[in-house]
Design a protein around this ligand. Structure first.
Ligand code: ADP
Length: 629
């Protein structure tokens, strides 16, 4: 039988596994058992509707056998099995995205072997401990069984063989012991049962093994020198009771954390564990987790939102998207309900009334838990917000702002006066008596916003400013429009709603600046909608503010995603009449009008630069500056 080559991606992963120096090689058993359990899930599901199969849930099991003489460890399941194509497609190529991602990470961080535990590295992980793997399998609906065999990276063979009954048998021939590694440990029954308890305790099918035990010989029971004999007894190694079915008071946080880490392949502990049990119109148990950091694939297509859905302990779907709203898509977990029929189809699931009610309850529950974390555990909430705050803001903006009331009190923005993230409620509580608006300013980061001339006046008057440093921030505030009847106002708006507190005598002393303003407007033409005397600027000569509904940040955003969008904010050039350069320009109008025009151009370009907007013609600008030097 000719050897087939592994697909090249798989070969690389296989090499990594074969030569792995990872210290927790034991996880291979978890991976093989989890595959076996998935395979049983599939056949168990079919058994519900196919009477000919003649199997009920209690017939399914996973069996482990260790043969010390042959140095083999065999894991057998009576699940769905594989046919020839499945063997080619599933074991000849990298099947799971977890394995693929793992391979990529490994190639970048050669030395950080410890990351392995994060990924569902799957079947190939067995090559960490085995020099040869044989898979004997027969698929539901097929009469032929197949043997797949591989001794590592040089390829694999598939041939027909005999096998009673459906399912898969995985035979691992362990690697030879070396000075550093003792692979024989995986043949020791107590080591195996320990691993099953540790990693696979919640597998819902019995994982059985014949355990060799010792007992006093019956006939020597009453003698002074009792003799012992070995006997074997089949034991179920896992407790099988799913953690979410156990009363909350009987489970420690450590157990929840471990379950989360194993089930959802995370290195971190969850930042929040939510356990709920509801009886009433709908009856269900849910165990939900809020991760403490953003998963590596969170903002990619790879990330699938959803909760695992069980009906009375039988897995219906791994990812029931309908159970969590988009804005809480970071929540992981499990829902188990008796209210669903087991053979419900994917399409029916979407419209199921019970499921909708459960989803609504879960949404409210998550919101309440986040609110309570915000008030009673601020430090962790801020950590959570760092990881998923952007998601909550997208939630405000999406669906035409439909969820804004639910989400607005969960938002945090960095505050100019508090120097830390604050809620909108905290901001409004602190507002000054005469303050009309909730002020915000937009920029790359806090330092860039601190340097914005437009914020000078607000700052000098002691108004608090919320910093918008993410793309979505300004849209979020635009969508909210107001909070507790206070409108949001950008620091770059032409009207900041601040009373002009110039004294009457100052006003009398003031020169009429209209000629200067008209001159600058005529010089700049259509580039600006207006030229006005600034009430905001204190030390800077000029700034731009936006008039009307479109802000500069929106202009920048839309032009970056759609360059021909034609989105343009109306520019208002503000002049600081007290600034030396502006005064110089004014005097030049009388003595050297061409030079005065150049001043106006240069000042306008500076205002564009400060606003982070592109210059129409950068080389013309530098020529202009040079001509004045
Ligand atoms: P993953 O389980 O993450 O998809 P694996 O590399 O562990 O990736 O397994 C690849 C595929 O091989 C599985 O998705 C499954 O289709 C198939 N497979 C593995 N083990 C078994 C088994 N015991 N019974 C049936 N199919 C299996």
């Amino acid at each position: 039988m000719a050897k087939k080559e592994f697909q090249s991606e798989s070969k690389r992963l296989l090499d990594l596994m074969i030569n792995s120096i990872y210290t927790h090689k034991e996880i291979f058993l978890r991976e093989i058992i989890s595959n076996a359990s998935d395979a049983i899930d599939k056949l168990c599901f079919i058994a519900l509707t196919d009477d000919k199969l003649g199997m009920t849930r209690s017939d399914f099991q996973i069996e482990i056998k260790a043969d010390k003489d042959a140095r083999t460890l065999t894991i057998t399941d009576n699940g769905i099995g594989m046919d020839k194509d499945d063997l080619e497609n599933n074991l000849g190529t990298i099947a799971s995205s977890g394995s693929y991602k793992f391979k990529q990470e490994m190639e970048q961080k050669q030395d950080d072997i410890d990351i392995i535990g994060q990924f569902g590295v799957g079947f190939y992980s067995a090559f960490m401990v085995a020099k040869e793997i044989t898979v004997i399998t027969k698929k539901y609906g097929s009469d032929t069984a197949y043997r797949w065999n591989s001794t590592g990276a040089d390829g694999y063979e598939i041939e027909e063989c005999e096998k009673d009954g459906l399912g898969t048998e995985i035979i691992l021939t362990l690697k030879d012991n070396t000075e550093d590694e003792n692979y024989d440990e995986f043949l020791e029954q107590y080591r195996i049962s320990g691993l099953v308890k540790r990693y696979s305790d919640y597998i819902r099918y019995p994982i059985v093994m014949d355990m060799t035990k010792s007992r006093v010989k019956e006939e020597t029971k009453d003698s002074d020198k009792p003799e012992y004999e070995d006997y074997t007894e089949r034991e179920t190694l896992n407790s099988m009771v799913p953690i979410w079915q156990r009363p909350k008071k009987d489970v420690t946080q450590d157990e929840y954390d471990k379950f989360y880490q194993e089930k959802f392949m995370s290195m971190d502990k969850p930042i929040k564990t939510i356990v709920t049990s509801v009886e009433g119109v709908v009856t269900y148990k849910a165990l939900l987790f809020i991760p403490s950091s953003t998963p590596y694939d969170y903002y990619t297509k790879e990330y699938k939102k959803g909760l695992q859905l069980y009906s009375s302990g039988v897995l219906i779907t791994d990812n029931c998207e309908e159970l969590v709203p988009e804005h809480f898509r970071f929540v992981k977990g499990i829902v188990d309900t008796a209210d669903l029929s087991l053979n419900i189809s994917r399409e029916m699931l979407q419209h199921d009334r019970h499921l909708l009610t459960i989803a609504q309850n879960i949404e409210k529950k998550i919101q309440r838990e986040l609110t309570s974390m915000l008030t009673s555990d601020r430090e962790n909430y801020e950590k959570f917000f760092k990881a998923f705050g952007r998601q909550l803001k997208y939630g405000v903006v999406s669906d035409y702002g439909m969820h804004k009331d639910e989400l607005q009190d969960l938002l945090l923005f960095y505050s100019s006066t508090e120097k830390k993230p604050v809620t909108l409620a905290e901001y409004v509580d602190r507002m000054k008596d005469d303050q009309k608006f909730i002020y915000f300013a937009t920029g790359e980061n806090a330092a860039a916003i601190d340097a914005l001339p437009q914020t000078e006046l607000l700052r000098s008057k002691g108004f608090e400013i919320l910093y918008c440093t993410e793309d979505v921030d300004e849209f979020t505030l635009q969508t909210l429009m107001m909070y507790k009847e206070k409108r949001f106002c950008s620091a770059t708006n032409d009207d900041l709603g601040i009373e002009n507190d110039e004294k009457e005598e100052d006003k009398k002393d003031k020169k009429d600046s209209s000629a200067l303003l008209t001159f600058v407007k005529e010089t700049l033409g259509d580039k600006v909608a207006e030229v006005v005397e600034s009430k905001k600027l204190v030390s800077h000569p000029v700034c731009l503010t936006a008039k009307g509904g479109i802000s500069f940040e929106m202009e920048k955003y839309f032009n970056s995603v759609q360059p021909d969008s034609g989105m343009k904010a109306q520019r208002v050039l503000e002049l600081n009449l007290g600034h030396a350069s502006v005064q110089k320009m004014e005097s030049l109008i009388q003595t050297d009008i061409d030079k005065a025009k150049k001043y106006a151009e240069v000042l306008y370009c500076q205002a564009l630069l400060i606003a982070g907007l592109p210059l129409e013609n950068p080389s013309a600008y530098t020529d202009l500056v040079c001509s004045l030097i």
